[in-house]
Design a protein around this ligand. Structure first.
Ligand code: AMP
Length: 361
């Protein structure tokens, strides 16, 4: 079987690498000739809305998936008329709009920050009055890695944020004074079976994920159950097939929904070495209609993103328990170039590995 993947970045690359041992090949669509999948799997060089490129993708595969959430919904729907598109385009549509995804979460009883749609300056003032400050103003669409958002701490910030972001449809959210950021990854098969990875603790800087720890330190069964309940509800509502990530805030011992990603997720990279079945393999299994694999962790893991510059591979690999993943991308400030996963039998061993890694890179 061949699986089509819209997008040929590092997620597509790791999907293709996980598919190969299952006898499944990937055919990726990406406009960049030097995309990270090039040389690793078949690659259609075309824009995401190019009719000929989409036609070649549909003709060549048994199912289509995607590795980023800004795939044009019209392309996903056009493909879905010809070949199964999984996760379903409705999941893509919801995840592309912060207002729609929060409405969806609310409908399912998943707690969210207070939020209001902001379409003009007057509705911004009304939203600030209703929600109070601090608050976060975000573009509804096309925001990622902290781009397209501004924190409003005092009244003076309102005008500045409006000058920066006004014009596009926006959402104002109450600022969550979270204890930490977590994510849960769930996977649902074509038969409706589900499995969930342990909650992961995520650390961001400048809006970009830097470090994940899995399972999240101090994870309690109650918190895991809460996360799984939210993820399960979302998977069922969307008749979802594949891996779904929910980004969550932990506050007061409870979880608050931030956003979702209808795809494999950076906070799940640890699972390649750190879980019985990686998120990439489980996504491919789900999309191909195969039984899901166990999501049980193998000990403890931490994942460090390599951003902007690359360390000496030998220095990384000298750290016990370290596994290096390079994405074949040319260095550029702020660009995710690879990651390192540290796996160990206990959390202390992983922390020791992190210390060593910090010394090395
Ligand atoms: P996002 O692109 O929505 O994931 O936001 C990027 C980062 O901004 C998150 O990882 C949080 O650290 C922070 N953030 C986003 N929304 C809120 C919020 N409502 N309250 C506090 N921090 C937030």
């Amino acid at each position: 079987m061949k699986v089509g993947v819209i997008g040929g970045g590092q997620l597509g690359r790791m999907l293709a690498l996980a598919a190969a041992p299952l006898g499944i090949r990937c055919l990726c669509l990406d406009p960049a000739r030097d995309a990270p999948v090039s040389g690793l799997c078949e690659h259609i060089v075309a824009a995401y809305d190019d009719a000929d490129g989409l036609d070649r993708l549909a003709r060549g595969v048994g199912a289509v998936t995607y590795e980023f959430e800004n795939v044009p919904v019209a392309s996903a729907r056009a493909l879905a008329a010809r070949v199964p598109v999984l996760p379903p385009p409705a999941a893509l549509e919801a995840a592309q709009d912060r207002l729609l995804e929060k409405n969806l979460a609310q409908r399912l009883g998943i707690p969210t920050p207070a939020y209001r749609a902001v379409d003009d300056r007057r509705s911004l003032d009304a939203a600030v009055a209703a929600i109070g400050l601090p608050a976060v103003l975000k573009t509804r669409r096309l925001g990622y890695d902290g781009k397209g958002q501004a924190v409003l701490r005092g009244a003076g910030d309102v005008e500045v944020a409006w000058a920066a972001l006004g014009g596009a449809p926006l959402i104002l959210e109450g600022f969550v004074a979270f204890a930490r950021e977590l994510s849960v990854l769930g996977v649902r098969g074509k038969d409706g079976a589900t499995a969930f990875y342990p909650l992961v603790e995520n650390h961001h800087r400048e809006g970009i994920l830097r470090l994940s720890r899995a399972p999240a330190p101090g994870l309690t069964p109650a918190l895991q159950e809460e996360a799984e309940a939210y993820c399960r509800a979302m998977l069922a509502e969307l008749d979802y097939v594949g891996v779904l990530a929910l980004e969550l805030f932990e506050t007061g011992g409870r979880l608050v929904f931030n956003e979702m990603a209808p795809r494999v997720h950076n906070s799940g990279h640890w699972s390649i070495e750190g879980a019985e079945t990686s998120q990439f393999e489980n996504h491919i299994r789900a999309v191909a209609g195969l039984p899901l694999g166990s999501t049980a962790p193998r000990g403890h893991a931490a994942m460090v993103n390599l951003i902007g510059t690359l360390p000496e591979p030998a220095a990384v690999l000298a750290v016990p328990g370290a596994h290096l993943h390079l994405y074949d991308k040319s260095p550029r400030p702020g660009r995710k170039l690879g990651h390192v996963t540290l796996r160990g039998d206990d959390a202390q061993a992983v922390e020791r590995g992190l210390e060593r890694l910090r010394e090395q890179i």
